[in-house]
Structure formats: structure tokens, C-alpha cells
Design a protein around this ligand. Sequence first.
Ligand code: FE2
Length: 301
Amino acid sequence: MGQVLSDEQVDRYHRDGFLAVPGFVGPDALASLKAAAEHLVDAFVPPERPTVFTTNEQERVSDLEFLQSGRGVWCFFEEEAFLPDGSLGQPKSLSINKIGHAMHDLVPEFEEFTYTPDLAGAVADIGLADALALQSMYIFKQPLIGGEVGCHQDATFLSTDPITVTGCWFAVEDATLQNGCLWAAPGGHRTPLRKVFKRLGGPGPEGDGDGTEFEVLDTSPLPTPPDDLVPLEVPAGTLVLLHGLLPHWSDVNRSSTSRHAYTVHCISAAAHYPDWNWLQRPAGLPLRRLDSAADQKVSSR
Ligand code: FE2
């Protein structure tokens, strides 16, 4: 695996806890991923009680569909997608908050986008040479109703011992102050993990119905948006690498422009992955290394 990032970029990542790499992905790859995401939404038949995604309310992220989505493909609605009578206020295609969380292993276009030598190399350059692709999300940040994602550390939601979770965030569309770009706290990756999110049941389907809880580890407050954070306005095709302890946030999108992004969260294969993590995969769908050879890919079998 050759070096993908420059020494200066690696130094900046370790200094700030994040790094934006413009031009990491070309327009054709972005278009293919976007079309695949839109196809998944088209094909999605909502249940009678649709699943809403928010990081601001514990009860809602404890939904059964959320726990099951770690090993599947599920569409989550924006909180503001619904009118008072329960119907959608806009077409379904403009109502979905995100798709999660195993597209990288179940949908060929996502798999092609994720398991690349360039991404494996970039992640190796910042210290994760044995990265496993743990979860994927396609985030729409829809026009007018795109929800806020409260300030958090990714290690709260994807826990390993030691902490190794690393976020790979791709701008599929331009991310701006107007449409709800990422914000991050430079150097905040050198502060403690505040809390962990745990499933209450055991691993696997039998534990999906028992809900989740937060366990507080450190009571020092996270930075307050937006004053304690800096905006990461980046053009489409940019990769943003995020340390698992870095506090980050994104605002609501009240503009008329969507802000699509794709994220892959990786962990070290050598780290311990507790079975109280909300995301549990069955034996038949094992995690794969980011540098998996082409002949190991699902779409090539
Ligand atoms: Fe995050």
C-alpha cells in the first residue's frame, strides 16, 4: 500500500484531529454512488410507523429498525418530514435523512466506492493499517428540513478498546455554511470520551428488542456549537478524515440545496470490539478489511 497522504497532511490530521483532502474522489464515482442511493430510496417501502433519525433523542435511536440496520440497509426519515396528520410534506425522495448501515457490504456500488486502495492507503497513513469497514451511511441533509446532528464523538457510538474508530466522510455534493456543512473542534481529539452508547440486550437479533442507553464516562461538556467549532466548507469529491474522539456537529439545512455525504467508519482489526456495541454483525456477514482484494468482494463473487 503506497503512501496516499503527504507528511504535511498526516501531521495536520494528528494536530487537529481531522483532515480535509480535496479532490479525493472523481465526479463519475460520486455520480454512481448518488444514483445507487437514490435507487435504494425509490425501492424503500416505509413501514406504518416510519423510523426517524436523530442524535438528539435517545429513545428514537433505540428503535428496533436502528439496531437491525447495523447488518442491513434501512432508510431513516428526517424528523421534520411529516405533516401534523402523519403524511409526508414532500416527496419520499426529499424526506429521507440517511441510509444505513451496511451498504458497503451489501450494495455493489457502495462496495466499489468503499474498498479502494486510495481509501485504505489514506487511512493507513494516519495509523490504521489494519482498518475494518464497520459501518456506512449515506446522508442526504435534505433541502429545508435537513436535521441538525448534535455535537458528538464517534467513539460514543462505535466503541473499541483501545479507541480506534476513524470516520471517512465524503462530500458527494458541495458542503457549505448554507446547507449544513460539518463543523469540528480543532484539537478536540485530545479530550476524553464523554459517554458510550450501549445496547441493553445481548449481541445479535435476540438482543435487538431491549433498547439502548448512554453511559457517562466523563462529565466535562462537549464544545458548544457553533462558537467553539470551525466550519468545514468543502467541495464535492473531498474526503474528510475524522478522529473518533473529535467533537463534531452539523447544523440544520434551511437552504434549497441538499448536502449529500457518504461516510464509512473504520476500526482496527486488532482492537477489542465489545458485544454491547449497538452495531452487531452476524457470522455470515463478517467485517472486512478496507484493503480487501477485489476477488473477495461481494459483487465479484
Ligand atoms: Fe459523527
